[in-house]
Write a protein that binds this ligand. Structure first.
Ligand code: AMP
Length: 540
């Protein structure tokens, strides 16, 4: 499909900064550009004429006299052929970001979620650069507010593997990004807003207080394993078990079946009943489904949403925030009427608003990026025109909170019981740096082993559980110290939500900066290697 008329962006200036916002989604990825001449952010279409690029990759090989060449295709085509070529298609890898280094083996090569995400990023960056006629220099990539340290770090690794320079990439939580877009449209100043973001693969909730010049996160909760695709699966299984028992499909029809189920789900958002046509080996069948039936077979998913909402309300209550003025609906799956009914029950007195459910996150990330890299630079492009644009929205500062608690295992109290002591609690404002003194256990101690934990708990002291162990490190002491000598430990959460830990023997001596090794993350060298591997693969 031909692309629409190109918008002209300001790229002609020497050393121009071109910032994009990228909503790197579980099911779809969008890229957006803030146009400072109009004061608006807008999504860039891909070569199929859509802003939504499915986060799906298909690999192909071509054998020639010179050997085998490998190709990959990202987006709609890959998604539509996913059931025909399941062995060489990768999808839903965002759910494994920071959890594994080996997502899938294709043509004998193992791909990490970071590498696969980098391929999707490369594809949308290419679309943006074609539209711009210039290279993208800066990007803001969104992550679920509920992402842990490893998920955030893996996202930055993906951006670097896609060719973006580390210092020119930032990450922002998806709900916070959507506020940057919607705030201008909905005038949220002075209000407590709950962003309810239900996308294809994740549920992300964030409550924030909006003042004249800042967005202050108050609480966030989520479920990175709950999204629209779970509703598809539940509905599809119900249809197969109830109406198509014993029916056989060929591969192509099975693929069409799941695409039709998703369409049926969407139709049931606006219609009380809808039909779906299914091809089986026995011929075509018409399936009639009512919204009530759909809601019955997906009740267990709604219960999970409810439980996350309850947790968020408890967090808010503990912070002394008793009510929410406005609920902002973001993400395609938030269009389901069952979600709206649930939210109306929870918040009978709140106004329900939505910006552009699909695009708000990418657009908001572009606006945030513009403010960060361009808009707040003193004297930057201070033309009359720009002044007019700035009057249209206030560049607000984002005050984030930590999505996790961080601490280390220590012996506490007279009886020396081992506990995790949280330096930083979930919900603490970030960036934040906390330093504490711990003490050596015996005289002439040569080594202090430090075990660092990341939890979702709010208490200062909790019982250690290995499932929360983030990493270990060792501080060496090269002099004789008496028992109970102080060791300084500093935990820092940077603005982008990443953790840094430092340890130091108080009276000078060694200082170590803890590099948290995770089996799911890549080191500098590995990122470079992935980048070179990616450069060799041909993107169709
Ligand atoms: P997103 O990640 O925000 O693009 O959300 C994608 C998810 O939203 C997919 O699971 C879609 O099937 C779902 N979705 C999009 N539009 C609708 C709709 N009208 N009703 C129900 N679900 C929808």
């Amino acid at each position: 499909m031909e692309k629409k008329d190109k918008t002209i962006y300001r790229t002609e200036a020497e050393g121009a900064v071109t910032v994009v916002g990228i909503d790197l989604g579980t099911t779809n990825t969008l890229i957006s550009l803030y146009d400072e001449t109009t004061g608006r952010a807008s999504c860039i279409e891909n070569s199929t004429g859509s802003c939504l690029t499915p986060s799906v990759i298909r690999f192909d090989e071509k054998k020639s006299e010179n050997g085998t060449e490998y190709y990959y295709v990202v987006g709609k085509e890959a998604r539509e052929s996913a059931d025909i070529y399941p062995d060489r298609t990768a999808m839903l890898f965002k759910r494994q970001m920071g959890r594994t280094r080996d997502f899938k083996k294709i043509y004998g090569t193992s791909y990490s979620p970071q590498m696969l995400s980098a391929m999707v990023l490369k594809s949308v960056l290419r679309d943006a650069e074609e539209e711009l006629g210039a290279p993208v220099t800066h990007a803001v990539v969104t992550v679920p507010a509920d992402f842990d340290d490893a998920g955030r770090k893996a996202t930055l690794e993906a951006a670097r593997a896609a060719g973006l320079e580390e210092r020119n990439v930032d990450i922002i939580d998806e709900p916070a990004a959507s506020l940057f877009d919607c705030e201008r449209l909905l005038n949220l100043e002075g209000k407590t807003v709950l962003v309810f973001d239900l996308g294809g693969g994740t549920l992300d909730l964030m409550a924030a207080e909006i003042t004249e010049d800042s967005i202050n996160e108050a609480a966030n909760r989520g479920d990175v394993h709950l999204g629209g695709s779970d509703w598809d699966y539940a509905l599809g299984c119900h249809i197969l078990n109830t109406y198509l028992k014993g029916k056989e499909f060929n591969t192509e029809d099975r693929q069409k079946f799941w695409l039709s189920v998703e369409q049926l789900k969407r139709n049931l958002s606006s219609l009380k009943e809808a039909d779906m046509y299914v091809h089986t080996k026995a011929g075509e069948e018409k399936i009639h489904i009512t919204r009530e039936e759909f809601e019955n077979v997906t009740q267990h998913l709604l219960k999970r949403v409810k439980s996350v909402l309850e947790d968020l309300m408890t967090d808010l209550y503990e912070k002394g925030i008793g009510s929410v003025d406005e609920v902002l609906l973001v993400g395609g799956a938030a269009r389901m009427p069952q979600i709206r009914t649930l939210l109306a029950e929870f918040f009978p007195y709140s106004r329900m608003g939505s910006g552009d459910a699909d695009r708000a996150v990418a657009n908001g990330a572009a606006i945030y990026g513009w403010i960060k890299y361009n808009g707040q630079k003193p004297g930057s492009r201070n033309t009359d025109k720009l002044y007019e644009v700035r009057k249209m929205f206030t560049p607000r500062v984002l005050n984030r909170i930590s999505s996790r608690s961080y601490g280390l295992a220590a012996l506490i109290g007279d009886d020396g019981e081992e506990k995790i002591y949280h330096f930083i609690l979930k919900g603490d404002g970030v960036p934040v740096s906390v330093t504490k003194e711990l003490y050596t256990a015996y005289s002439n101690q040569r080594i202090v082993n430090i075990r660092i934990y990341e939890t979702t708990l709010f208490e200062r002291y909790v019982d250690p559980d290995e499932k929360w162990l983030l990493g270990t490190c060792t501080l060496s002491i090269d002099k004789d110290l008496p028992e109970h000598s102080p060791i300084l430990i500093r935990f820092t959460i940077r603005e982008d939500g990443r953790l840094q830990v430092e340890a130091k023997e108080k009276k000078g001596g060694n200082r170590i900066q803890v590099e948290l090794e995770s089996r799911a993350l890549l080191n500098e060298e590995a990122v470079e290697r992935e980048k070179r591997r990616l450069d060799k693969l041909v993107m169709l």
